[in-house]
Design a protein around this ligand. Sequence first.
Ligand code: ADP
Ligand code: MG
Length: 601
Amino acid sequence: MSMSLEDSLKKYFGFNSFRPFQKDIVSSLMAGHDTVGILPTGAGKSLCYQLPAIISKGVCVVISPLIALMQDQVMALQKQGINATFVNSSQDAFEVDYIMYNVTEFPLLYIAPERFGNDRFFQQLQKIPVSYFIIDEAHCISQWGHSFRPNYRQLRLLKDYFPDVPIGAFTATATPDVKQDIIDQLNLNQPTVVTSSFDRPNLLIKINEKQNGIKQIEECIKRYPNESGIIYAATRKEVDTICEKLGKSNYKVDKYHAGLSDDYRQKSQTKFINDDVDILVATVAFGMGINKPDVRFVIHLNMPKNMEQYYQEIGRAGRDGLPSECVLLYSIRDLILQKRMLNDIESKTIQSAMRRKTEQMFALCDSVACRRVELLSYFGETYTPSNCSQCDNCISPSKMIDGTIISQKILSAVYRLHQRFGINYVIDVLHGSKNKMLLRNRHNQLSTYGILKELPSVAIRHYIFALINQGYLTVSEGDYPLLKLTHKSRDILFDKQNIQFKDQVFKEPKSKKSAVKMAFTMDYSHDLLTKLKALRKDIANEAGVPPYIIFHDKPLIEMAAKCPKTDDEFLDINGVGPQKLTLYGVPFLRCIKEHQSMTVS
Ligand code: ADP
Ligand code: MG
């Protein structure tokens, strides 16, 4: 008698139930259909092919673009008692031949796409019983995708050589053109296409104007003591500065950017993955191939270039499904700088397409609407709840205020200054600053001097940004951008047109409260969790693997809540299968028992 899929899931992976869509995909592949799985990061795509691979006869060949990811997956599978292996450029010909010779012992064989560059390899493959071909990160095959890999194009030959082997293709890129490209390029045969929502409900999304970067960072990170997080900055210099400042405040922090040696970067990445440092400050060069499931926050100190990039980067938070936070701090400078960089692009069509994407990104930042509604609608999805309760705009809605008078004052100041000064100077004039240059220029004698002195300068800045964004002001090109009036400025100055502003900047977001609300609902002992994490770290160090390969945070939290006493109770924990019971049951049960005897007496 064969086991049910649920029984196999528990036996091999230790999970108590399938996540949404997993079973559909597993069943489709096992029924021999080509299958495309389009699910967001963290949804559990790997399991969708790993389970069929283990249950079915033959070797499942998985094509995966990144060596690091490949090794990580193989390591995790081996710890679950599943015989997986890989072939990639880190091995010599002898090793590769050895693996290929013994390949039938492995239900899963991971391969880098480069291998498919020669016919010899296809012929070699034809000698082995292939159960499925799996293309992970399948968007790499599409030129529309954000990381096109020419090597992936060779995979179109798979159907010619192996017409009878089902192909599974997986990606977290949702756009329709990428999906169609995957189906066409791989020549899939009436594939089952499984697509889920791209919402990541466990992510708290916050977007704020950048004021005092470091304070705003600390506001977030201090709520996640001893937890992992990534801080993205735009420049190497900023990475260095932030890393140093946080280090001085005793955070366990390291950095990663292209100006550091390979060796340094390798080490800081490993420290991050192994929980030897908590926070990694990095440029966007960091993150590809990082599979760390327990990243609790991702902070952006600059606006990403487009929504695709933003979605991908925040996607690195909370892959384990536990509550995690994404904070984006932006300023209009980001928009200006990014548009300026686009000027170098030769093709006018591409340039304007990219400009549009950057503007859409800025529009998200500047919006008062639910972040989820906006973000998901960009990817063509309608998010129906009217209040997601997990974004800044839903938690503390911004009022719109009438900004007509304020705007008139700002625009008059720009006019009186003959449009020859930058934002900071205009703010100084409006605020009534005693700045030396201003006094020397006698701008304290202007009628607009101090005309907005009741407002803090951050507020004035916010309104100027809003005017730029709505097209009532513009910023000149060049090294010293000057504020300029536009043809629309007249509407406000002379025709008294009304203008609405978002009134959000000056109240602190009530994030304390939301953090509590976000807290994991299970009631557990924090002391015990700390002990379990320490035990996990010891075991991981000894085995030379990252702690998350031993157990994710989620099962540890469940252990700290349920305090299992017996093997059976331990096995009930979601994420504990027979193999992990055998390997780790004794030390973890002992740790729980000792903790209880200490707290009871
Ligand atoms: P994706 O490739 O879709 O980004 P992964 O395959 O890396 O996601 O899975 C994300 C995490 O979810 C993994 O750490 C995995 O252990 C966990 N996971 C997958 N399926 C289940 C399940 N049915 N129950 C609990 N956790 C699961
Ligand atoms: Mg994946």
